[in-house]
Write a protein that binds this ligand. Structure first.
Ligand code: NAD
Length: 295
């Protein structure tokens, strides 16, 4: 099918490439020319704005960093809302349920359906097509895009109300953020006591402490000290803040979320929001006076 794709960053680029490889025809836009060039080389057509994308195709996907950017791409003056052909906007970004519902309501005034489709599984999952793809929105539009979304991984239809898939995604990322925070403190404690962090990770992964940080981020990016998982601290902090706000608005307990959020705030202020999120271990190491992994 013909698909517009806006936002060709760490996640958008491999997802757009998989769509082309699966035989779809793409119209692409990104504010960075160096982001669109590799897709154009693979046969994608280049558009000059989100509106231009939406002038050319019925289905527009977006993978953008922050909720306010998604809002401007969707409903700004040169946003997809003013496109001539668009029928549905598929948002692959993590924005939280309130932002998704706001955008859905504005697009609905122009008879454009919004499908929330946040993804989980990281850059590696986007490259391999093994993401968890969470979807909510009008069923008829989900039916139109389900096969194309299947190129990214396993599609889970969460519900038909706008924002439901976003709530699912925030719950998932809170757990991922918590695994990173808790595993960092556990491993730093062991290293300070003289334990070998590689043996610790092997034991945790053979035992009941196993989690996504211990199986993925620690062996691949923290122990080798490459800090290159491909997800910025700014984006994880955004997700944790959104989750905390959503949980507070829902009136549910947030004890764990509050503690985890405060550690991510510290990572952003002490290490840098632009750094990879695997640098979460560094403020813990600083306070403990030890380094985990190779130096
Ligand atoms: P990224 O910063 O690498 O990519 C974002 C892209 O959007 C960039 O190429 C940027 O130039 C482009 N962009 C910014 N403003 C734009 C605009 N106004 N119009 C057009 N393009 C614009 O971010 P990412 O890591 O690919 O994440 C994208 C989304 O996916 C985020 O919402 C993130 O939370 C989510 N996500 C990321 C990961 C991950 O591991 N990186 C995993 C799951 C979900």
């Amino acid at each position: 099918m013909q698909i517009g794709f806006i936002g060709l960053g760490k996640m958008g680029h491999p997802m757009a490439r998989r769509l082309i490889e699966a035989g779809h025809t793409l119209v692409v836009f990104d504010t960075r020319g160096d982001a669109t060039a590799p897709l154009v080389a693979l046969g994608a057509q280049l558009a000059s704005s989100p509106r231009d994308v939406a002038d050319r195709v019925e289905t527009v996907m977006a993978s953008l960093p922050e909720p306010h950017i998604v809002a401007s791409v969707a409903t700004g003056d040169s946003g997809v809302i003013n496109g001539k052909r668009i029928k549905r906007f598929v948002d692959l970004s993590t924005t939280g349920s309130r932002a998704a519902a706001d955008i859905a309501a504005q697009l609905a005034k122009k008879d454009i359906a919004q499908i929330d489709s946040p993804v989980s599984g990281g850059v590696a999952g986007a490259v391999k097509g093994t993401l968890a793809v969470m979807v909510s929105g009008p069923q008829a539009d989900i039916d139109v895009v389900k096969d194309a979304l299947g190129v990214f991984g396993t599609v889970f239809v969460i519900g038909n109300q706008p924002g439901m898939a976003q709530t699912m995604k925030l719950a998932n990322n809170f757990l991922s953020a918590t695994a990173m925070a808790a595993t960092s403190e556990a491993v730093v404690m062991g290293v300070k006591a003289g334990l070998d962090p590689a043996i610790m990770i092997d034991v945790i992964n053979a035992g009941s402490g196993r989690n996504t940080a211990s199986t993925g981020k620690f062996p691949n990016a923290i122990l080798p000290r490459t800090f290159d998982a491909g997800f910025a601290t700014a984006l994880m902090l955004k997700d944790v803040r959104l989750c905390l706000a959503e949980a507070k608005a829902a009136g549910v307990p947030t004890d764990m979320m509050g503690m985890v959020a405060s550690l991510w705030e510290r990572v952003a202020s002490e290490i840098g929001a632009d750094k990879d999120f695997t640098t979460i271990i560094q403020p813990v190491e600083r306070r403990a006076g030890v380094i985990v992994g190779k130096v």
